[in-house]
Design a binder for this molecule. Structure first.
Ligand SMILES: Nc1ncnc2c1ncn2[C@@H]1O[C@H](COP(=O)(O)OP(=O)(O)OP(=O)(O)O)[C@@H](O)[C@H]1O
Length: 204
């Protein structure tokens, strides 16, 4: 265990797509505008017109990215549709230097990679009350085709399966009633010790 108080350790939030991570995080950032920050990711994709280098992303070349990988400069990285994305050790450190808690919103592959580093964050898994509720939320959000919803649900089952492995996460938070879930989420984010919720079954 770390000797650092929980508030200083980065908070790694993961959970199935559509479970409500963005909803919870948006609310946290608006309630505490000065306490938390996301780290700025590196990417090899081209900037979009409105994006600012060093703010939205650290835009970089493939060669420079791969050199930083070889130097152990990333705590996690992955390739999506032909572009490399990653979170650098430096990006996370610079948040702590500003006196804020770094929040990483990351998928399961990233969580597994972070576990091989010495970052020592607090791991929080946001879970749906059930797989069928998650399906309803994904459909209700209205951003995905039927096939895309199906694919997200299959990934969700793998993610919940991983979360069931002992020691996978420090906290499980079931996003059932938003008020209840947010109250618990903010206590965890502020470094409190709270009781974990119970993961949903995989077969409903
Ligand atoms: N507790 C809740 N009860 C009911 N609906 C919720 C709750 N939390 C979030 N939602 C709704 O569920 C949908 C998905 O939420 P959100 O977009 O925050 O998920 P996400 O985990 O950030 O997904 P992604 O990883 O794909 O970005 C949204 O329409 C949101 O309004």
């Amino acid at each position: 265990m770390s000797s650092l108080p929980d508030f200083v350790r980065p908070l790694v939030c993961s959970g199935p797509s559509g479970v409500g991570k963005s909803t919870l995080l948006k609310r946290l950032f608006s309630e505490f505008p000065d306490k938390f920050a996301f780290s700025v990711s590196h990417t090899t994709r081209a900037p979009r017109p409105s994006e600012v280098d060093g703010k939205d992303y650290n835009f970089t070349t493939r060669d420079a990215f791969l050199r930083l990988v070889a130097d152990g400069g990333f705590i996690e990285h992955a390739e999506f549709s032909g572009n490399l994305y990653g979170t650098s050790v430096q990006a996370v450190k610079s948040i702590a230097q500003q006196g804020r808690r770094c929040i990483l919103d990351i998928e399961v592959q990233g969580v597994r990679q972070i576990k091989t580093t010495d970052l020592n964050p607090v791991y929080l898994f946001v879970a749906p009350p059930s797989v069928s509720v998650l399906r309803q939320r994904l459909i209700g959000r209205g951003t995905d085709s039927v096939e895309a919803v199906q694919k997200r649900l299959q990934t969700a089952l793998l993610e919940i399966g991983y979360a069931k492995e002992p020691g996978a996460h420090d906290y499980v938070l079931v996003n059932d009633d938003l008020e209840r879930a947010y109250d618990k989420f903010r206590r965890i984010a502020l470094g409190g010790i709270v009781e974990s919720d119970t993961l949903p079954p995989l077969d409903d």
